[in-house]
Design a protein around this ligand. Structure first.
Ligand code: SF4
Ligand code: SF4
Length: 201
């Protein structure tokens, strides 16, 4: 998936579509949007950073799962078998992006899976389908003719927390990677989201 932050207005349509698609319990999120406010009046900027599981090539969550409930599919998607998950939360700790939670209904780990049930039928993920700004592009990176391959070939893209070595498959165009640590540079900045989280990862 590519997320073109220049086209994101922070409207949360993606977050709402995801909640609805999966009946995600209150207070929990598979997909969320961060608001990044930076600068001092009148030189201020606001940008938006949609977040979700990065379907990492080197998925730390799958590496630590003791039962094999979390696994990497051949198509690159990191999936969870809730019937095998024992709810040990190892994966929640291991994920450098805080993308997972324990679903109180199933007792199993949960997260975005690029809407597996939809894409297996050839329908794009719910967040992609819903985004009014067409900020999200989903497709097959192995197909050089796909829209996503063309977009990546034409634009510089970045990934979140590159230094973690996870090699995410969610790419961003024009993302602001500033975080709270940048306050040390003297920037006045704030990152907020509607989601409950102890710390930003
Ligand atoms: S973002 Fe987290 S949950 Fe998703 S594949 Fe990477 S390590 Fe696993
Ligand atoms: S909570 Fe479930 S998916 Fe996560 S590591 Fe434990 S068994 Fe694996």
């Amino acid at each position: 998936m590519v997320i073109d932050t220049r086209r994101c207005s922070g409207c949360h349509a993606c977050s709402v579509a995801c909640k609805s698609e999966f009946n995600v319990p209150l207070g929990l999120t598979r997909s969320w949007v961060e608001y990044i406010e930076k600068g001092d009046f009148p030189n201020v900027s606001v940008s938006f950073l949609p977040r979700l599981c990065n379907q990492c090539r080197h998925a730390a969550c799958a590496d630590v799962c003791p039962t094999g409930a979390t696994y990497k599919r051949q198509d690159g998607i990191v999936a969870i078998d809730p019937d095998i998950c024992i709810g040990c939360k190892y994966c929640l700790q291991a994920c450098p992006y805080d993308a997972r939670f324990i679903n109180p209904v199933t007792g199993a780990a949960d997260k975005c899976d690029f809407c597996l049930h939809r894409i297996e039928k050839g329908i794009e993920p719910s967040c992609v389908n819903t985004c009014p700004g067409r900020a999200r592009i989903f497709g097959d990176l192995n197909d050089p003719g796909s829209e996503i391959s063309k977009v990546i070939s034409r634009n510089p893209v970045t990934v979140l927390r590159k230094g973690m070595g996870t090699e995410p498959f969610v790419f961003y165009i024009a993302a602001d990677h500033a975080d709270e640590h940048d306050r040390k540079r003297g920037w006045n900045m704030r990152v907020t989201t509607h989601r409950r989280q102890k710390e930003r990862r």
